[in-house]
Each structure stands twice: as structure tokens, then as C-alpha cells.
Design a protein around this ligand. Sequence first.
Ligand code: TPP
Ligand code: SF4
Ligand code: MG
Length: 283
Amino acid sequence: MITLTEPIKVKDLKSDVKPIWCPGCGDFGVLNAMLKALTDLKLDPAHVAIASGIGCSGRFPAFVNAYGFHGVHGRVLPLATGIKLANPELTVFAVGGDGDAFSIGVGHLPHAARRNVDITYIVMDNEIYGLTKGQPSPTSPLGMERKASPYGTYDIPLNPVSMVLSFGATFVARGFSSQPRDLTELIKRGIQHPGFAFLQVISPCVTFYDTYARFKDSTVPIPEGHDPTDRSAAMKLALETGVQYLGVFYEEKRESHHARVGQVHEKAGSDFSLEDLLKRFVR
Ligand SMILES: Cc1ncc(C[n+]2csc(CCOP(=O)(O)OP(=O)(O)O)c2C)c(N)n1
Ligand code: SF4
Ligand SMILES: [Mg+2]
């Protein structure tokens, strides 16, 4: 984490590109919380990189005055992993939507988690495909009736938090875009976590599936006394169906992916040559 000696203001971190999200979109709350987290931690924007997939949420990097890469649909995690490996000094974010993360891109999630890639992954979960006008996503609730599912959806939704816990992620949290102060703190903890920090952020799509009222009534803070180093206790909270808990479910310190990769390269030393490796395996 490379920081500035002088404070930096939120306005300095806003790019000249103005968000074109619909007024009231939850993604505004996530962007504001992210900008506040970056300023609170005095992160040097010249050492911050934000990668994204495709979707309304995928537009995110364009609005921040830092390095950004709007990648292709579902490939944000390989992209962010590559950025971190190439330059471990950077603070790296992966951002995107529930479709990007849990549908087309879901194959990358277990591997980023088990590798403990030192990035903060923020999934703006609106339980729908916003950009493509409201098709059901893997987190849409059973029976959701919208224009693209007029008779109701018939598949049960994925549970992102329990899924990522089972993949061995070392930091797992859930926030809500309409609780900016708590969300800022979660993002700061994710940045400071030296490994894969996964944040599911409830971020309603006011245009195609307005869930503000539902989540206002069904979200509660994680109970005081929860031990975030206990993965089974975290799993129990994640599997709760009556309410949606907000806060840090789980946190564990474990060596990061780039640290281990660095050690292997050091061990291989001058014997390591990509050319030799290719000769051995490519005929
Ligand atoms: C390979 C590929 N398949 C399909 C699409 C069409 N597409 C664009 S965004 C999107 C879904 C976005 O949903 P989500 O990730 O939840 O983001 P949101 O818009 O809700 O923020 C799809 C299917 C695409 N761009 N590329
Ligand atoms: S369509 Fe939905 S997700 Fe996309 S900008 Fe509008 S409110 Fe946000
Ligand atoms: Mg979505």
C-alpha cells in the first residue's frame, strides 16, 4: 500500500467522466464509499488500479482518478490477478456485478480465493442484469417476476457469501450501498487485508429491480460477539434465510499469492527460464 504524506480530497479522486448510472442507482453509493476509503487511507492514486468486467457496475473505473481497466465480461479476476503479479506494489481492486461475478465469470472465483490473490473484489449485487435491461441473474430470488421473466424465475439463487467462504477466502464481508459509512469501513478493511478480500455489496437497480425497501427491512448488522476467525460460525450466519447480515463474516491472515509466487521464482533462480520451460512442454 503506497500512501501520500499530504491528505487527498474526494474531489481530487473523481475523474472528469461523470457517471451515467440512473439517478438512485446503488452503484453511486459504492463509488462514494470507495472514494472516501481511498482518501481516508491516503492512498496514492498513482499506485491504485481498478479492473472491472462488463455491466452497469463495470463502468466504475472510468469515474476514479486512478489506473483503470474495463475488461471483458466475466474476466475481471484474471485481469486483477495479472495486474497484482506484474506490480505487487499496487493496491488492486476488482469490481463488477452479480452477473459478471457469479454467471459468466464464476469459474475464476474459487481460484482467486484459494490462491489468496491480494486484491479487493467488490461485487455490486443488484440481483439482476442491469445493463442488458433486466434479465434474471444467479442471485435473483426464486419466482422473481420481471419483463424478462414474466412467469417468475424457476432457479434457486446462489448464496455468494457461503460460496466464497467454502472456497477458502481469507476475508468475506457484506455491505449495503445505502449505508455509506459502514460500507466505507468495510472497503478500508478489505484494502488493508493482505489477501483476497471479497465484498458482496447489495446495490439495488432502481430501474429494473428496485429492492431498497426489501433490503432496508431484511438487513441487520452481524451480531456482536461473532468471532470472525471462526469459518463455521461465519458460514452459519451466511446461511441464515430470515435476514441478511451486514459486516465482516470472516477474516484470516494467510500468505498472499504474489508472495508465494515470488518465493518460487527465487528458488528457481537463474535455472528458471521460460524458454527452457517451453522447450520441455511445447513440441
Ligand atoms: C461474452 C458476453 N456475453 C454477454 C454479454 C452481454 N452482457 C453485458 S452486461 C451483462 C450482464 C451484466 O449484469 P451484471 O454483471 O449483474 O451487471 P449490472 O449491469 O447489473 O451492474 C451481459 C449478459 C457481453 N457483454 N459479453
Ligand atoms: S439500469 Fe440499474 S444497475 Fe444500471 S445504472 Fe440503471 S439503476 Fe443502475
Ligand atoms: Mg447485476
